[in-house]
Design a protein around this ligand. Structure first.
Ligand code: NI
Length: 170
């Protein structure tokens, strides 16, 4: 297991829709292990392959601290197949846009279908933070970032805050 470098907003890989995984080989297993290790090192709730510069449809989520032991999962070729009409507004952040958060409006409950890293079909029913994290990571696999869900004004203000933070770091 290796901690990989996380790429930041502005890297074009974050905007590429990812192709489905077709080979369930050792390279995939290493990628999944590394995603878990990188997410843990960054203390994140989820991480998608494009965030380590790999354009493949793979992500991990770990929100056990809030949702319980079932809420740690690696998903290959995941898709949201059902979403509740009820929505929730909660703050969200992203390891690729560090230091800023904003409230995002999303379906409160979702069903996600995909494959395990071993290639077995898996169906997840999720609510709360688990549902939010899954939607956020699956968005990444479609080249979508949480800032895309904000109103243009809120997005502009958040990106301004983010740029200011990054300038201060330099
Ligand atoms: Ni993210």
């Amino acid at each position: 297991m290796a901690v990989r470098e996380i790429v930041f907003l502005g890297d074009p890989v974050l905007r590429e829709p990812t192709p489905d995984v077709e080979a369930f080989d050792d390279e995939l297993k290493v990628l999944v292990d590394d995603l878990f290790a990188t997410m843990a090192a960054a203390e994140g709730a989820g991480l998608a392959a494009p965030q380590v510069g790999v354009s493949r449809r793979v992500c991990v989520v770990d929100v056990r601290h809030v949702e319980g032991d079932h809420a740690r999962i690696a998903l290959v070729n995941p898709r949201v197949t059902e979403a509740s009409s009820e929505r929730e507004r909660e703050p969200e952040g992203c390891l690729s846009i560090p230091g800023v958060t904003e409230v995002v409006n999303r379906p409160a409950r979702v069903v996600v279908e995909g494959l395990t890293p071993e290639g077995e079909p898996v169906r997840v029913e999720a609510e709360g933070l688990y549902a939010r994290a899954l939607q956020h990571e699956i968005d990444h696999l479609d080249g979508v970032l949480f800032v895309d869900h904000l109103t243009p004004l809120k997005r502009r203000l958040l990106l301004k805050r983010y740029r200011k933070l990054r300038e201060q770091e330099e």
